[in-house]
Design a protein around this ligand. Structure first.
Ligand code: SF4
Length: 290
């Protein structure tokens, strides 16, 4: 079997996302090592023995052109599925929320997911309206399943930068989520509130008395997101701004990469409902290795 980015991330790299290699995450570095033949020695936190062992195997793989970049999503999905297998389907409602229902092929968990429901079975998962989830959405939901946290939201909100190990991700959050969403919402605070309601959210602007709009979105039952919006002020020369707040328990339910991906999905759906989705220049929501 060829060594995949997930193999390197899981079995070799320190998973600290320190950025010393010049890439924001260990996973994005792993993808470059595998697909673009970067040397493992660019990570200064590996033992010489580990580097020597894997460099030999990677050299063989490069020579045989065994790895292609498009395998990353499938590979991540496979890994997330393997990780989730230790927690039974029956235990999911107690951990993630949702409810156990009778599906066509056996028991299923119906899980609310940003304005719709997902049906999860032992065989796989799809949206309750019959449409497919993307591979990366499935990775997100299997990661949520695998993480297995069960705490209810505490009501204490934290900015993305206040979550642990986010330093290297703040720029991505700004360019892929905050910036594009602020652009969609500029001059359209009321439409943001309407879009949030259409996705099952609530308008919290009056309660919070901060920002021009504040909307509460139950992205997943245990993972609420508070979207704060400050509109542009052309006279003062300020552009529109957006920030997301997360419950302090969020990292018990999702890893940071998944939180970032979920934020991109929220941005995409809100912009689509506002009617101003503009994907030009933005990545489709993917992990940074994708
Ligand atoms: S140098 Fe890169 S690969 Fe190594 S631990 Fe830091 S982020 Fe991960």
């Amino acid at each position: 079997m060829p060594i995949s980015p997930i193999d390197l991330y899981r079995d070799v790299l320190p998973q600290t996302d320190c950025g010393d290699c010049g890439f924001p995450t260990c996973l994005s570095f792993a993808a470059k090592v595998v697909s673009e033949q970067l040397s493992l020695t660019r990570c200064p936190h590996l033992s010489p023995e580990t580097v020597a062992d894997y460099e030999d195997r990677l050299q063989e793989q490069y020579a045989e052109h065994k790895w292609v970049k498009r395998d990353t999503a499938q590979d991540a999905l496979q890994w997330a599925k393997e990780r989730s297998a230790r927690i039974s389907l029956q235990d999911l409602p107690g951990r993630l929320g949702g409810e156990l229902v009778a599906g066509e092929d056996g028991p299923a968990v119906r899980l609310p997911y940003i304005g719709g429901d997902v049906l999860i079975t032992e065989q796989g998962m799809h949206k309750a309206d019959g449409t497919e989830l993307t591979l990366w959405e499935q990775v997100l939901l299997y990661n949520h399943w695998a993480q297995g946290g069960e705490r209810e939201p505490s009501g204490k909100w934290l900015g993305f930068q206040e979550l642990p190990n986010t330093v290297s991700k703040i720029k991505t959050m700004q360019t892929q989520v905050y910036g594009p969403l602020a652009q969609c919402c500029a001059g359209r605070g009321e439409e943001l509130k309407r879009a949030a309601r259409e996705l099952g959210g609530e308008d919290w602007t009056a309660e919070l008395e901060s920002g021009d709009a504040a909307v509460f979105l139950p992205a997943l039952p245990r993972i609420p997101v508070l979207v704060m919006f400050w509109d542009r002020d052309q006279e003062e020369g300020f552009g529109a701004e957006v920030k997301f707040l997360f419950d302090q328990t969020v990292t018990e339910h999702l890893d940071i990469e998944s939180i970032l991906f979920l934020s991109e999905q929220i941005r995409k759906l809100l912009c689509a409902h506002i009617g101003r989705e503009n994907t030009k220049g933005h990545k489709e929501g993917t992990w940074e290795a994708g």
